[in-house]
Write a protein of this length. Structure first.
Length: 102
């Protein structure tokens, strides 16, 4: 099976699902001439037919903690991002975007 066939098989399987949930971890390594930094995080994803979706990504490196969340009920989408520089919670560092279908 090549990559295209695998993706198509996964897609065909997801089309049949009434719901889907996934959780995992990520590690991103950035290398420059000056330094190397590593960002680690977790994600979770929940989908329930016909149109409910929630995705959350939490990351942390040596400078900042971030949380990104995406939610949809089929009629509207809400994105939330907040972060804590140097581990200090600052509520004013929160961004919220909201879109509603008309």
């Amino acid at each position: 099976m090549n990559a295209t066939q695998i993706i198509e098989a996964v897609r065909a399987n997801y089309i049949k699902c009434a719901s889907y949930e996934d959780k995992g971890t990520i590690t991103v390594t950035n290398k420059t001439r000056i330094r190397e930094s590593v960002t680690r995080g977790t994600f979770s994803h929940l989908f329930v037919r016909p149109n409910l979706l929630k995705f959350q990504l939490n990351t942390e490196d040596d400078v900042i903690k971030r949380r990104f969340q995406l939610q949809s009920d089929g009629d509207s989408v809400r994105a939330i991002e907040d972060f804590e520089p140097d581990g200090i919670s600052q509520p004013e560092l929160k961004h919220i975007a909201h879109y509603t279908r008309h």
